[in-house]
Design a protein around this ligand. Structure first.
Ligand code: ATP
Ligand code: MG
Length: 236
């Protein structure tokens, strides 16, 4: 049995203020094993992004527990949480979130430098080359296509060698073919590095490529199904 890498226990969260509060996560229990590729689907507003933000340590629970690699994130202070996040979790967003006045190389290297990683620029150069951007190191985000910008974001997420890679609709802003190439890249990197991948998507074909599918509905897990690796590969 593969080891558990992420555990959520009775995870509960209400967002907003008194006038407009939403009970977004309603006591979610969840266990994710190391190396799984989990596709998270569900209607708009069901809580998928919020669930990812909790799993990424970017949003705190009101009550319940979140444990990643034996570390209880709910019990960490802000600095320890940021440090844990930086070393263990990579995040990719739909809208890339690159810094416009930094080159591709700087976008990947500067966060490493801020985390006191040695050889930050060497690691960034290698990571960008590994996602196919070795010839685009000095380009600014505005000089790159959407697919290339998402590759920079993926290189940035991968650079600290995280155990967990989290992606919120990573192909949502891309055309079908570019989206497919980005999905191929994510799955290739996951397999190569044995990472755990958590992916929110509205694309059922993309979710079907994951080894496990979780359906969120109205802040609860409505369905959770594990697919064999062979069956998942058949959808690739
Ligand atoms: N800061 C906030 N304050 C109040 N309500 C919020 C806040 N953030 C999210 N919500 C509400 O929580 C619910 C879940 O939002 P979330 O972004 O997690 O949904 P989602 O499943 O990712 O939707 P989509 O598929 O459209 O991205 C929504 O009803 C949203 O309006
Ligand atoms: Mg969302």
């Amino acid at each position: 049995m593969t080891e558990t890498i992420i555990t959520l226990k009775k995870a509960d969260l209400t967002l907003g203020n008194a006038a407009a509060s939403v009970h977004v996560l309603k006591g979610i229990d969840l266990e994710i094993r190391r190396g799984e590729a989990v596709g998270i689907v569900g209607p708009s507003g069901s809580g998928k992004s919020t669930l990812l933000m909790v799993l990424a340590g970017l949003e705190r629970l009101d009550s319940g527990e979140i444990i990643i690699r034996d570390t209880p994130l709910h019990a960490l202070g802000e600095d320890a949480l940021a440090d844990f996040r930086g070393r263990n979790i990579g995040i990719v967003f739909q809208s890339f979130h690159l810094i416009a006045n930094m080159t591709a190389l700087e976008n990947v290297a500067v966060p490493l430098e801020l985390a006191n990683v040695k050889n930050a620029f060497d690691i960034a150069r290698a990571e960008l080359t590994s996602v196919g951007l070795g010839e685009r190191l000095s380009h600014y985000p505005g000089q790159l296509s959407g697919g290339e910008q998402q590759r920079v974001a993926i290189a940035r997420a991968l650079a600290p060698s995280p155990a967990v890679l989290i992606a919120d609709e990573p192909t949502g802003n891309l055309d079908t073919e570019t989206g497919r190439q980005i999905a191929d890249l994510l799955f290739a990197k996951q397999a190569e590095r044995g990472m755990t991948l958590l992916l929110v998507t509205h694309d059922n074909a993309l979710a079907a490529r994951c080894t496990r599918q979780i359906r969120v509905r109205s802040g609860e897990i409505a369905a959770d199904s594990v697919r064999s690796a062979a069956a998942a590969a058949a959808f690739a």
